[in-house]
Ligand binder design. Structure first.
Ligand code: MIC
Ligand code: SF4
Length: 642
């Protein structure tokens, strides 16, 4: 039987387990990336593992999230990360260089390799034909230490692309259409693999927009084949020798198939406040817009900013709109400037910022109260922009620039002819600020510089024989890690300080949560389907654990969050009978007898006593997960194993 691209790459990296759907496998990781917001914790964990130098083929430490330096804390973290990179043999990309995923695609990604990143949008690398997976910081730290990455052998969802995109319709619309059909949980348990004649119509940066945004399907990752377009892209980046062809066999079998005829797509838009609330732009056209942001790891490549600049060549931005550009990388900025496109942006009235995440994670650029903001970002979860009750829509650069010009949501096809542009055959490379790893002899002499905001890593008590505690909170379906552990300018500087950041757990959902958790330890959280979707931030497990949350009982979990719960010793249970969700309310007293013994013995079903009633909960855990839960955390387990 023929193989998919996914199976080929997984088979070449398999170090533990068998490639049977649903079973746990361990794979070798060739490359890692971290960004600053998750990186500080990942490196504290790497230090705790005690390995003198990274063991991967290549590891990169990026600074792209916390670029606001309103006091010493973010700046201290940047300096800490630079010293870590120098000490442990990593590449270092400083603030201002751009977003990890965009730079990694341009300068480091390799077809056929595996990449593990402490950021949920790591699948961007799938645009190059690599298996690029997002994970919690501790999993990335383990990969840097040369350990395998464990995952449940995913099913493969084939996405067959046919046809050609019409003018003013772009890669973003392909994924918006898939989100419209499959929803934010449609990809859970799958790797999305693209095939079919339409693939050849998409450039590598278009493909990367799709694999990046594919994170919002809840998929393990997304991957394109590596073909002639991949070769062309690598040549344009001066990396022709990195190319290898990887395509699915003609008789490859996919577990599911969805077909997208790209010639039938229209400009689409995701309405507030979930990436899958997708409608045609024409259905919401005419609504006034106050802010338009083009940027983020989804849509800020040179191609994306060129479309915007060319559209603005003979037009200006509406005076009712704040139109802002967050370039993906220094390379994008350099090429845009060299081509003269920057002039069109500036003249038309755009506010051009440094390359980085910026408003995508609420580091500035909050929209005004009650006003509509259009963004080419991957997420519009409630309040993520920094404004309470925000009205954030997600769209392509084409739809964004049309709204910037007219001041209202506009079908870009109304603008007339689609601007002509060609991507450079050779890019200006823009990596002059990337530091290469130091040789071991030099690296050993580097002193790690820690600011006062870096708090020691907390220790957690092991699992008791019987568990008894309080339901601290009951929440609905599709709770995101932004709900659990918010980001933004106030909270992100605390990422290397667990006691301080834990004061913000569930703040926007229930401001009393932290006080209640402190007064009622240990605690439990009850949730619905797809609990913990979104960001990879392990703080969404670590900080609640610090507040005494030891058990989560939900209808279903999102992949990365579930892995993070195991890593920090929170028992992730699901209802055997989802209707039992209705039996539990906030404040209920819960007992799970013999929890430790049952978990250690590999039992799948646990008995949960709630206010005198008995319900069943499932623990879907491998032997390795069970060991972690009993030991209190993966770190504890790794340390004792030496
Ligand atoms: C995000 O887009 O939500 C983030 C911020 O990039 C996160 C990582 C983090 O919380 O630091 C992600 O996607 O994993
Ligand atoms: Fe940065 Fe936004 Fe991408 Fe997250 S989604 S990595 S915050 S640009």
């Amino acid at each position: 039987m023929g193989k998919t691209v996914t199976e080929k790459i997984l088979a070449a990296h398999l170090v533990e387990g068998r490639m049977e759907k649903g079973a746990e496998i361990g794979i070798r990781i060739d490359q890692t990336l971290t960004q600053d917001a998750t990186g500080t914790m990942a490196y504290l964990e790497f230090e705790a593992i005690g390995i003198p130098r990274v063991q991967t083929e290549l590891s990169v430490c990026y600074v792209d999230h916390n670029l606001l330096q309103s006091d010493f804390r973010n700046a201290d973290d940047h300096r800490f990360l630079q010293s870590i990179a120098r000490r442990f043999g990593l590449y270092f990309s400083p603030p201002g260089n751009g977003i990890s995923h965009q730079i990694h695609l341009e300068r480091f990604g390799l077809p056929g390799k595996t990449l593990l990143g402490s950021d949920s949008h790591t699948p961007t690398g799938g645009g190059l034909g690599m298996l690029a997976i997002g994970a919690g910081g501790l999993d990335v730290a383990m990969a840097m230490a040369g350990k395998p990455f464990y995952l449940v052998m995913p099913k493969v969802y084939g996405v067959k692309l046919t046809g050609t995109l019409r003018p003013w319709v772009s890669a973003r619309d392909v994924l918006l259409e898939i989100l419209r059909r499959l929803s934010v949980k449609g990809g859970v348990g799958y790797i999305m693999e693209y095939f079919g004649p339409g693939v050849a119509e998409l450039s590598v940066t278009d493909r990367a927009s799709i694999t990046n945004f594919g994170a919002e399907l809840g998929a393990t990752t997304s991957v394109f084949p590596s073909d002639e377009n991949t070769k062309k892209f690598l040549e344009s980046q001066g990396r022709a020798e990195a190319w290898q062809e990887i395509v699915a066999d003609p008789d490859a079998v996919y577990d599911e198939v969805i077909e997208i005829d790209m010639s039938q797509l229209e400009p689409l838009i995701a309405c507030p406040s979930s990436p899958d609330k997708v409608v045609k732009v024409s259905e919401v056209a005419g609504k006034p817009v106050a802010q338009v942001l083009v940027g983020s790891c989804s849509n800020s490549s040179l191609r994306d900013l060129m479309v915007v600049a060319k559209t603005l060549e003979s037009r200006t931005v509406s005076t009712n709109v704040s139109f802002e550009i967050n370039p993906g990388s220094r390379q994008v900025l350099e090429n845009l400037t060299a081509q003269g496109d920057m002039l069109s942006l500036v003249r038309a009235g755009a506010r051009v910022h440094q390359a980085g995440c910026l408003g995508c994670i609420g580091m500035g650029q909050a929209p005004p109260t009650g006003a509509i903001s259009l963004r080419t970002f991957p997420r519009n979860f409630p309040g993520r922009s920094g404004t309470k009750d925000d009205q954030v829509y997600l769209c392509s650069p084409e739809v964004a620039v049309a709204a910037a010009i007219t001041g209202k949501i506009t079908d870009p096809r109304e603008l007339g002819d689609y601007p002509a542009f060609t991507l450079p055959a050779k890019y200006l490379l823009g990596d002059q600020r990337i530091e290469k790893p130091l040789a071991p002899a030099e690296a050993e002499k580097i002193e790690i510089i820690r600011g006062p905001n870096i708090a020691p890593f907390p220790r957690f008590a092991p699992l008791p024989e019987h568990w008894q505690g309080t339901v601290l909170l009951k929440v609905e379906d599709n709770i995101t890690t932004d709900h659990i552990m918010p980001a933004g300018a106030k909270v992100l500087p605390l990422r290397s300080n667990v006691p301080a950041i834990s004061e913000f757990v569930y703040n926007a959902v229930d401001p009393e949560f932290v006080a209640r958790a402190k007064a009622n330890q240990p605690g439990m959280v009850v949730g619905g389907d797809n609990y913990g979707q979104g960001s990879s931030r392990e703080h969404a497990a670590l900080a609640p654990r610090y507040l005494g949350v030891q058990v989560k009982l939900v209808k279903s979990f999102a992949r990365i969050h579930k892995a993070n719960l195991y890593n920090f010793g929170i028992v992730p249970l699901t209802f055997v009978n989802p209707a039992d969700y209705d039996l539990i309310s906030q404040g209920a007293q819960v007992r799970i007898p013999d929890i430790r013994k049952k978990i250690a013995a590999g039992e799948e079903i646990l008995t949960v006593e709630v206010n005198g009633k008995v319900i069943e909960a499932r623990l879907d855990a491998s032997a390795r997960h069970r060991e972690m839960l009993v030991a209190g955390s993966l770190l504890g387990m790794a340390k004792s194993a030496g």
